[in-house]
Design a protein around this ligand. Structure first.
Ligand code: HEC
Length: 408
């Protein structure tokens, strides 16, 4: 294409042309031309460039967009919707007191309010932007002009539409020619059919029909009965080659057929050999031990540990001093729980007279209405608690000298 001015005043195919198109080779030319067209008072015209041109808005006399105001209204609508919705559901329609809090308070309702504000503004902004710009626009008569193809590359264009009140074939052409355009041409109306090609319509219909198939499949699956397992698309770790507890295992059919195998006779799992009967069962020669086990070291640390564990595991029922009025007891008593038995006063002489082995058994296995704590409290800690119980008994002057004599 030569840089010489070329003017092709093609006659429109029928009636009015679409408009006049002027081509420029750089953005300064475009801006200068835009200013002239603006000053002549044209309204229906536009400029096109391969990249956003700074200052083109001013040169074209484009007013500030009203989009921010639309966004603001949408945001306020979203905010009001969220607040009213939450106030009505929580405060009016289904009042439900939670932790004595008010039925409606702004701070608790901010997250949803924020979400709806953002949601309403974002969607409205997006849709309004399209509407204000007249989008989507699948085709334009400009698409048929060969030279216009370079608008995405290195050419700048200005078009004045024939529907502009000021438009006039000759004077508009003249204005653009004088504006420094490298080429000016009349753009004919696009007379090709604006019907959607049947192929596309059929394509959409077929796709639409096909996309319904999965839903038909789901609904029959929901309504029909089958003995087959459901399809499991992502099995994760739901199926594993393993035997579950208490199941049959055919491999051992000749012996007992159980999936759970007994350990080989005489074996003990590592660390499970509780050989020290004194330490782990509180027994000496099969009788309740009267002394603390050798393996249990009696010192300040053990006493402190015992006091701490007693506070955790025993005081709730037996009370801090062990006299049986712990919080659980007082609560059960206040509620007049019929089956509640008052925890024993463990500073009582009858309890103080019991050998430590018997206390160990009480903590481990429970006694009458008191549950056992062997699972929660390791053996060493049970002894530490007993040490502290002894201190409690002694501190309350109920310690029986005879029991004391044989014990550490
Ligand atoms: C859930 C409440 C509860 C907790 C926790 C509890 N006890 Fe008891 N305990 C009782 C009750 C109730 C009795 C009386 C049981 C009865 O007479 O039926 C009792 C009885 C006893 C006795 C008297 C046993 C006897 O020979 O008569 C001792 C000792 C004792 N508890 C020690 C403890 C120690 C030590 C702990 C902490 C490891 C503990 N208890 C934790 C409720 C509790």
């Amino acid at each position: 294409m030569s840089d010489a001015k070329e003017t092709k005043a093609n006659e429109p195919v029928s009636g009015l042309p679409y408009g006049v198109l002027a081509e420029y080779h750089d953005q300064d030319e475009l801006i200068a031309a835009a200013k002239q067209v603006r000053d002549k008072g044209y309204e229906r015209w536009d400029t096109f460039s391969p990249y956003p041109v700074h200052g083109i808005d001013g040169a074209m006399g484009i007013k500030r967009t009203i989009l921010p105001w639309i966004t603001l209204c949408a945001g306020l609508t979203g905010m009001t919707t969220a607040l009213v919705m939450q106030w009505w559901t929580n405060g009016v329609d289904y009042p439900w007191v939670i932790s004595g809090k008010p039925l409606f308070g702004v701070p608790a309702n901010i997250p949803i309010t924020f979400e709806l504000t953002v949601l309403f503004s974002a969607i409205t902004t997006f849709v309004s932007m399209l509407v204000l710009n007249g989008l989507p626009k699948p085709s334009s008569p400009l698409d048929k002009v060969r030279r216009f193809a370079r608008v995405t590359d290195d050419r700048f264009f200005l078009v004045v539409e024939a529907t502009d009140p000021k438009y006039d074939d000759s004077s508009t052409l003249k204005l653009l020619e004088d504006s420094g355009a490298k080429a000016v041409e009349l753009v004919p109306q696009d007379t090709s059919s604006d019907k959607i090609p049947m192929g596309i319509i059929y394509g959409i219909l077929i796709l639409g029909a096909v996309s319904l198939i999965p839903f038909g499949f789901f609904s029959t699956a929901r309504e029909s009965k089958t003995t087959k397992a459901p399809y499991h698309i992502v099995p994760n770790m739901d199926y594993q080659a393993k035997y579950k507890a208490q199941r049959i295992n055919g491999f051992f059919a000749s012996s007992d057929g159980r999936a759970m195998r007994q350990p080989v006779e005489g074996t003990v799992a590592l660390g499970d050999l509780r050989e020290d009967s004194h330490l782990y069962r509180g027994l000496q020669n099969d009788a309740p031990a009267r002394t603390f086990p050798e393996a249990f070291e009696i010192d300040d640390a053990a006493m402190a540990r015992g006091q701490e564990r007693f506070g955790v595991f025993c005081a709730p029922c037996h009370g801090e001093t062990g006299n049986g009025d712990g919080m659980v007891h007082r609560r059960a008593f206040a509620l007049a729980e019929g089956t509640w038995v008052k925890p024993t006063n463990i500073a009582d002489p009858s309890i103080a007279a019991k050998p430590v082995g018997e206390l160990f058994k009480t903590i481990s296995d429970g006694i009458r209405n008191m549950p056992g704590y062997a699972r929660q409290i390791p053996a060493e800690d049970r002894w530490a608690i007993i040490l502290y119980v002894r201190a409690l008994q002694r501190s309350q002057g109920e310690f029986v000298a005879s029991a004391d004599a044989s014990q550490k």
